[in-house]
Design a protein around this ligand. Structure first.
Ligand code: PDD
Length: 285
């Protein structure tokens, strides 16, 4: 097998040759942002939307984008060329760069570290779509700028780990009685045919998949609204879905060890998944 080629600071190099300083602020402080972008049949999916969110994240941490849109496109396309027949997820990360000592204060001049790689997209198996997944709710202990896609993900990592200890695939994070999103996914419920997702705010990530689902619902005339989802509404929902670029749309059939609705993936999920797959098929060409 040939070695994976990654992008680091202007160069395409074998993974085993990639080196980042221990003084990199991404390593020392989690002072970095990232994106995860699917590529279907070699086509980058919703790239403009991901790069716009990258701009927003960088602005949120007082950084400028080190690369132009065109440069990002070229480098991501080159990484995805390795295996155009395979669906992939592209990961990119921009850290503030390498300081000359460990100091919380941001140095006046510093060069960002830019890293990107392509990996096979690990889709859930058919049994996951047939049976749905199990989730638990947990208190949201994250900071209050969750709209920034920062690599500082310790609270998310711990939430996912607790979910896993309890036999669940994801943790739904609840703050002040409101269910906001998953540890690495956005949240939707369905009530009497109406799709509901929490409004965008600094307390959740503005998911690219989330926006696409709302667009597809509009096109198909499926009713939806943005509204707070109280933990009790979550518990009584007909359907629950979680969404992300790599998980796409997953039906949740068990919430805190209790069945959701009739305990099977629901009809709205089934319809939305059909629309989503058809959209991907168009992109794949
Ligand atoms: N995470 N909310 C959180 C906290 C996330 O980490 C993610 C995605 C989402 C969904 O966003 P999108 O639809 O744009 O992928 C929502 C990525 C996939 C990750 O961290 O790997």
């Amino acid at each position: 097998m040939t070695e994976q080629i990654i992008y680091l600071n202007g160069e395409f190099i074998p993974l085993s040759e990639a080196r980042v300083s221990v003084f990199d602020r991404g390593f020392l402080f989690g002072d970095a942002v990232y994106e995860v972008i699917p590529a279907y049949g070699g086509h980058l999916f919703r790239l403009e939307e991901h790069l716009t969110r990258l701009d927003d994240s960088l602005r949120g941490i007082r950084m400028q984008n080190p690369l132009s849109r065109q440069k990002w496109r070229t480098l991501l396309e080159r990484l995805s060329e390795c295996c155009p027949d395979e669906d992939q997820s592209l990961y990119l990360q921009v850290t503030r760069g390498v300081g000359d000592k460990r100091d919380h204060g941001i140095p006046k001049t510093i060069q960002p570290t830019v890293f990107a790689m392509a990996n096979p997209m690990n889709r859930p198996g058919p049994e996951v779509y047939a049976e749905g997944i199990s989730v638990i709710t947990l208190d949201d202990i994250r900071w209050q700028l969750c709209n920034i896609k920062a690599t500082t993900l310790l609270a998310n990592v711990l939430a996912r780990s607790q979910a896993s200890d309890e036999g669940a695939a994801e943790a739904i994070l609840v703050r002040d009685g409101k269910a906001l999103e998953g540890a690495a996914s956005n949240l939707f419920i369905v009530n009497s045919g109406l799709i509901i997702t929490p409004p965008k705010s600094p307390l959740l990530l503005p998911g690219i998949t989330r926006d696409l689902i709302l667009e597809l619902a509009d096109d198909a005339g499926i009713p939806w609204c943005e509204a707070d989802i109280h933990a009790t509404e979550l518990a009584n929902a007909d359907e629950i879905w979680i969404t992300s670029s790599t998980k796409e749309i997953l039906p949740v059939t068990i919430l805190n060890r209790h069945p959701v609705g009739d305990g099977k993936p629901g009809p709205r999920w089934d319809h939305m998944m059909t629309l989503y797959r058809a959209y991907i098929q168009l992109v794949r060409g």
